[in-house]
Design a protein around this ligand. Structure first.
Ligand SMILES: O=C(O)CCC(=O)C(=O)O
Length: 384
């Protein structure tokens, strides 16, 4: 890109051809469709094969319209309750901002269309190249919500979806039946102002491990609450989960300094579609210069063996060792979420989470487990 930042409209216009080409590349891949399970309840092996081949899968129509409406209502409430600017105790309407009692700040606010991480040493320096930061329209707000954390505490519908049987069966198929949680974050890409996420690979701990493989750093789901478009979606470079650590600045330099990489594809979804993306994939999203909202409920899972004995990384400030107690406390959120879901959807067959099998009664969702398991659960995330 040129050194002078383009305006929002200029960036959108200059990206059109790349977006069209990306859509065509995505359409040629064989990794999307309904979430199918086999006779034993396991994820269908064809899906698993396509996931491991490309590093991602787009599951269509997993979450029905009514549940999406509940998730949107909760997310809207959370966005509206965000502090008006970093450090403020009030929202845009002057009411007390939400989440002031959380041990971890639940909001990341940024300047419109900015890239908060690219070219910085934040998050273990995993975003080495800064994205283009287009100049927003003159009516843009000073700050916009970029990320929201702690969804299982703040959003009842999000806690329930965290216990979704098809999604947890997928986590078991990819990471084994003793899979463990990673973290969650809601990416908010508001029309015309949403920020970018610079090219990166998520994992930071296992690249040099002797037993490193394509599954070492787990995967993330994204539940899409609105249709995604090539202009506002997450983009991935297929197959890069197998490539080891990638020299991102070299890739961008080889593309004439342009962040619109020629082999990347957008994750195109309808509301209720869910993507599973391997955390080792090279991925990014551009500043949202389009008129369309994207809200992606993002949460990940790991193999137990990737996490046990590791030291906290990425956004975990305490650098604690992930011992059995820490892992069990964080994994209990899954057990409580399964029960919260069962109470809301009594006719659905619940997922049986192996690490908590036969202990379900200890982890029923209610005021007690809200305090002991859910409150400030995100201080116990298992980031690697
Ligand atoms: O959804 C996005 O725009 C970014 C997602 C991402 O970087 C991640 O899940 O690691």
């Amino acid at each position: 890109m040129n050194d002078a930042a383009p305006t929002r409209a200029e960036y959108a216009a200059a990206s059109e051809q790349h977006l069209r080409e990306g859509v065509a590349r995505a359409a040629a891949l064989d990794n999307r469709g309904p979430l199918r399970r086999d006779g034993s309840g396991a994820l269908h092996p064809d899906i698993l094969e396509a996931y491991w081949k490309h590093g991602f899968y787009v599951f269509e129509s997993v979450i029905d319209e009514a549940e999406i409406a509940e998730l949107r209502a909760d997310a809207d409430m959370m966005i509206a309750g965000a502090p008006v600017r970093p450090g403020s105790d009030v929202d845009a309407l002057g009411r007390p901002a939400r989440g002031r009692d959380h041990a971890r700040e639940p909001y990341t606010l940024i300047k419109p269309l900015s890239d908060p991480w690219g070219g910085t040493d934040k998050l273990n320096g995993r975003h080495p190249s800064r994205m283009t930061q287009p100049v927003p329209d003159t009516d843009a707000p000073e700050y916009v919500v970029f990320l929201m954390y702690g969804m299982c505490q703040e959003m009842p519908a999000a806690l329930r979806v965290y216990g979704h049987p098809d999604l947890l069966a997928t986590a078991a198929a990819i990471n084994g039946p003793d899979f463990v949680p990673f973290n969650d974050a809601i990416f908010v890409k508001q029309p015309g102002v949403g920020g970018s996420v610079a090219w990166h690979q998520d994992g930071v701990t296992h690249w040099e491990s002797p037993d490193w493989d394509e599954g070492s750093h787990g995967f993330n789901f994204q539940i899409q609450l609105y249709p995604t478009t090539p202009a506002n979606s997450l983009w991935v470079v297929p197959g890069t989960h197998r490539a080891g650590r990638i020299d991102i600045p070299a890739r961008i330099a080889a593309n004439g300094g342009d962040e619109r990489l020629p082999d990347a594809v957008p994750l195109l979804c309808r509301p209720g579609d869910v993507t599973a993306v391997n955390r080792q994939m090279l991925h990014a999203s551009f500043a949202n210069t389009s008129p369309d909202m994207r809200l992606s409920i993002t949460f990940g899972f790991h193999r137990l063996r990737s996490v046990i004995g590791q030291r906290g990384a990425l956004s975990m400030e305490d650098a604690a060792i992930y011992d059995e107690e820490r892992i069990s406390r964080r994994s209990a959120v899954i057990a409580v979420a399964i029960d919260a879901r069962r109470q809301h959807f009594p006719d659905e067959t619940s997922f049986r989470y192996l690490p908590f099998a036969d202990r379900e009664d200890e982890f029923r969702y209610g005021p007690e487990t809200f305090e002991s398991v859910i409150r400030d659960y995100d201080t116990r995330d298992l980031a690697i």
